[in-house]
Design a protein around this ligand. Sequence first.
Ligand SMILES: O=C(O)COP(=O)(O)O
Ligand SMILES: [Mg+2]
Length: 252
Amino acid sequence: MTDRQRDDARGTVSDRQRDDARGTVSDLPPLVLDIDGTLTRPSGHGIDPRVFDPVHDWPAPVVLATGKAFPYPIALCDFLDIEHLVVAENGGVAVAHDDVHVHDAGDRIDDVAAAIRDAGHDLGWGVADLVNRWRETELAVRRDVPADPLRDLAAAHDLAFVDTGYAYHLKPHDVSKGLALERVAGALDRDPSAFVAVGDSENDVSTFERVDESYAVANADDAARAAATTVLDAAHADGTLAALDAVRDRHA
Ligand SMILES: O=C(O)COP(=O)(O)O
Ligand SMILES: [Mg+2]
C-alpha cells in the first residue's frame, strides 16, 4: 500500500490530492531506470536511499533495466516493494511478472570465459565470483582486466563488448536493454516509446533510442549523453531525482 492509499484509507487525503490521484498524478508515464550510475549514491556505489520512496510511490509501472545478473534487480524490486518488471544482463533477461524470458546464448558464454582464462586473465571477481555466479546469458569482467584482448575474444566468439563504466560485458549481439524493454512493455500492453528512461552508459543507448523522453545523468558516458533527449546537470541519484521532478512538471 502506498502512502497515498494509506492516507486514503484513513480518510486524510485532501480533495486536491484526490484530484491529483485521478488526473495529474495518474497521468505520469511509466519509467525505465538503469541502476548503477543512475540510482547510486554520489560515490557511484550503492543505492542512494533517497530514491526508494519516489520509485516505490511512482503511480505508473517502473522497469529496472540493468547489466547486473538476473537475481539482483529482482531482489531490488522486492526491497523497493515494487512489481517485478525487470531487464537484466543488458537485455538477456526480461521479466514482466510471470512472463520471464531468458535469452539462450548457447555455449558461447562458457566458451569465452574459458578462453579468457586460457589467455592468462582472471575475470577479476575472486574465487566465489558472485558477479557471474547467477548470470545466465552473458559474462561480466572486471574493468582492470585489459580491454583489448577481451574485445578480440568477444569478437572471436561472436559476442559484443560493452563497457558500462562498472564492468566489461561480453554479450550476444541480438540482445539489448531496448529490445527487452519492448518485450516488457508488450506484456504490460504499453507502447515502449511512452516510457521515460534514465541512464548513464552505453548499455542504456538502446533504451534511449526506443523512448520519446530520456535523461542522461551528469556522470553519463559520451554514448549515453549523445543518445539522451536531456543531459542533466546533476549526477547519479541527484540526477535521477531531478529527472523525476522534470517528468512530473512536463506531464502535469
Ligand atoms: O552491471 C553493470 O556493469 C552496470 O549495471 P547498470 O546497467 O545497472 O548500470
Ligand atoms: Mg548504468
